[in-house]
Design a protein around this ligand. Structure first.
Ligand SMILES: NC(=O)c1ccc[n+]([C@@H]2O[C@H](COP(=O)([O-])OP(=O)(O)OC[C@H]3O[C@@H](n4cnc5c(N)ncnc54)[C@H](OP(=O)(O)O)[C@@H]3O)[C@@H](O)[C@H]2O)c1
Length: 233
């Protein structure tokens, strides 16, 4: 049996690198797509694709390259993000910068999920078929108001897409998650984000055969924690 393939979009030195190392340890071939791959990221992968996801077509060409070189991706992670802060008021960034953030945070993620669906249809019944979007707390209205209009808009829009995908795919074994690392008391980890915790949690999401809660809030060392009561504002 050939090794399963992980494809991660937006692989930097934190989450992307940790995912590569953890999935490789569990027998996966690893493809990482990065705009500026650093040497550690390149060393950790079986294939590195240089791509800029401010152009959604780059998602499609990345999938084609990975399928041709390593095989059909069975776990797809979208980790890239773009953020032009709007410090003065919500409308203090240009429409062009807002649009760039929306493309990287949502449109290219939509393209990646769409291509993942096509890949999943080509895989054997017992393969993991898992799409994970790296989110944050910005999809919860009112939980955190920061100078993050465009980042919050993009994360929220993609959370909507993931929720829909998770609810429409229960019978075919396809799984869709919006993963959000939190502190043990349900606050955003922000700069304390742990690549290692993402590596471990995402592997568990890939390994489980059934769709769990699409809003996959998790805590380092614990895994999934339901913060819905706290998030009701
Ligand atoms: N749960 C939380 O509270 C929390 C906290 C922080 C972050 N996050 C989320 O975690 C994810 C990133 O975390 P991380 O620590 O892995 O960050 P990271 O190491 O900076 O990785 C992000 C990667 O995205 C890439 N990227 C950005 N724009 C791109 C584009 N247009 N095309 C291709 N690649 C692009 C960056 O590439 P370059 O190196 O070229 O810039 C970088 O390699 C994001 O989705 C973020 O929203 C969540």
């Amino acid at each position: 049996m050939s090794s399963p393939v992980l494809l991660a979009f937006g692989a930097g030195p934190n989450v992307g690198l940790a995912l590569a190392r953890n999935f490789a340890k569990h027998g996966y071939k690893v493809a990482l797509a990065a705009r500026n791959p650093n040497p550690d990221v390149s060393k950790a992968a079986d294939l590195v694709v240089e791509a800029d996801f401010s152009v959604p077509d780059a998602v499609v060409s990345t999938f084609a390259k990975v399928k041709e070189t390593l095989g059909i991706p069975s776990v797809v992670v979208y980790n890239a993000y773009s953020w032009h802060p709007s410090p003065d008021h919500p409308f203090s960034i240009s429409v062009s910068d807002f649009n760039t953030d929306m493309v990287v945070n949502t449109t290219s993620a939509f393209a990646a999920a769409q291509e993942a669906m096509k890949s999943f249809a080509q895989l054997p019944a017992d393969a993991s078929k898992t799409f994970i979007y790296t989110g944050n707390i910005f999809n919860i209205p009112g939980r955190l108001i920061l100078p993050g209009t465009s980042l919050g808009a993009g994360k929220s829009a993609t959370a909507h897409i993931i929720a829909n995908a998770a609810s429409t795919n229960p019978s075919n074994g396809y799984k869709f998650y919006y993963a959000d690392e939190r502190t043990p008391d349900g606050e955003p980890v922000m700069r304390g984000i742990s690549g290692e915790a993402h590596g471990e949690f995402y592997y568990e999401l890939a390994r489980n055969s059934k769709q769990g809660p699409w809003l996959a809030t998790f805590v380092k060392g614990k895994g999934y924690v339901d913060f819905s009561a706290k998030d009701r504002v």
